[in-house]
Design a protein around this ligand. Sequence first.
Ligand code: NDP
Length: 290
Amino acid sequence: MQRNFKQELIGCFGFPVAENPTQAMVEPAFRALGLDWRYLTLEVQPEDLEAAVAGARAFGFRGFNCTIPHKVEVIRHLDGLGESAALIGAVNCVVVRDGQWIGENTDGKGFVTSFRELSDPVGQSLVILGAGGAARAIAVEMALAGASAITIVNRSIDRGRELTALLEEKVLPLYPELKIRFSPLTENFSVPDHADVLINATSIGLYPDVSALIPIDLSTLRSGMLVADVIPNPPRTRLVRAAEECGCRVIDGIGMLVSQGVKGIEYWTGQSPDPAIMRAALEAVFTSDS
Ligand code: NDP
């Protein structure tokens, strides 16, 4: 009997990385697709990133995810970038295409997919809290998906203005109708009347600081508004619970995490995994942690 003992490899490069749960979500999806593939969670120090990428090429990896602190630095070690990764200026998913190592950004794409399960981004006015990597990816992809207005709200004014400048420079020429605004995140921030969608893309509410709530005036959340939170752990953040109490429709951070994982598996394998299997695997991890 002839058997193939060689498994296909995908990695996740990060530092720190031990608490990253992606492996627990991706490997059950590989198994359900009948693929003998492994997803390795690999601690890569910043000074070892170049060698790690060369190692991935040498071992014949089929691709890899990269997370903090490598999302920008990895670009110089790749052969090219997908459209949104080039606009965002950050890569979280590397794919091998015709022997070329191409950087993609699936964070924002994952958000758009989970958003579309509830609503159409076209014509929506968004208020995005945060201006870090997640906010950049979401703002760019939601603009490409047809949002009509984006207000960036951030604690650090410099970082907030940097993101609005990126949108003005790179996205506005493609979508001249897009309205772009900036507001500082101050105590008791009022969600503006024009907002159809409020997105928390800050790290407020992330485990272990689960009692933290973004400093907004909850009375300015309107019934029918869509509220999304990127925090996957715990998925039912204080914001998600408060929004539900106000009659808002909500998207939790597991939806985004699963959808970006689905996109990555499609890029690497050419097959579509079952998101329900991935969500159940993640929920099992987060429930066993709490
Ligand atoms: P960054 O460190 O790049 O950005 C963090 C953002 O949060 C900044 O805008 C920062 O504001 C803001 N922030 C942090 N603490 C506070 C605070 N106490 N008060 C006000 N603002 C604060 O992180 P990322 O953008 O990469 O990640 C943000 C979150 O998104 C993380 O929790 C991550 O887990 C989650 N995420 C979820 C994904 C998913 O698939 N569900 C995918 C990617 C990320 P300032 O600029 O003022 O410091």
